[in-house]
Design a protein around this ligand. Structure first.
Ligand code: ADP
Length: 204
């Protein structure tokens, strides 16, 4: 966990409550955190879900692994320490988006349980809804899909520390939702997430 470095700083409380802010948007806001192996379908589900949400008149925004690594986290690699810092920052950013009333769709492999739990804790502390969605798939299927050719490179030893090959993926044990993209269609996966968001009151 990152240490507080700056001293002589004080939290500056605003005068607009979260309820007042989200009331303007006619939605509660919250984060859906997609975790799973590379090529499990996290981004595909998030993109389709964002489309449905916007069509229904909801404000949604996607945060996606590679995109964030090209900007905010461009100074981070794939060591265990950098992966942890990557997820720590994204957890904080997701919380900020969700606290603003946005439906934040965060797609990150986020292979370590402790890092995901930290992202959840940041939301819990702020009273912001958080759904962990485990996008499950057999490694063999993900490897066969290999849309970016990364598994092939990892098997050839050209990428070191690749999740599922020579770096662990710690599967969630208490996720609010599990979808399996080897068994369910994209539509079914999106529908399941929408239902969970509705049940958690994020949309109303
Ligand atoms: P990730 O973001 O987890 O790395 P991607 O979404 O980039 O994964 O890639 C997943 C691949 O799996 C895509 O090519 C997508 O078309 C395919 N796919 C097959 N079935 C499904 C499904 N049910 N849900 C999501 N993606 C699926």
């Amino acid at each position: 966990m990152a240490e507080q470095v700056a001293t002589n700083i004080t939290w500056h409380e605003g005068t607009v409550t979260r309820e007042e802010r989200t009331g303007c948007l006619k939605q509660t806001g919250g984060t859906v955190w997609f975790t799973g192996l590379s090529a499990s379908g996290k981004s595909t589900i998030a993109v389709a879900l964002e489309q449905v949400l916007i069509q229904r008149g909801h404000a949604a925004y996607r945060l996606d692994g590679d995109n964030i690594r090209m900007g905010l986290n461009k100074n981070l690699g794939f060591s265990a320490e950098d992966r942890a810092e990557n997820i720590r920052r994204i957890g904080e950013v997701s919380k900020l988006f969700a606290d603003s009333g946005m439906l934040c769709l965060s797609s990150f492999i986020s292979p370590y349980t402790a890092d995901r739990d930290a992202a959840r804790a940041v939301h819990d502390e702020a009273g912001v809804p958080f759904i962990e969605c485990y996008v499950e798939v057999d490694l063999a299927i993900a490897e066969e899909r290999d849309p970016k050719g990364l598994y092939k490179k990892a098997r050839a030893g050209e990428i070191k520390g690749f999740t599922g090959i020579d770096d662990p993926y710690e599967a969630p044990e208490n996720a609010e939702l599990v979808v399996n993209t080897g068994e369910q269609s994209l539509e079914a996966c999106v529908g399941a997430v929408l239902a969970e968001m509705e049940a958690r009151g994020m949309l109303g």
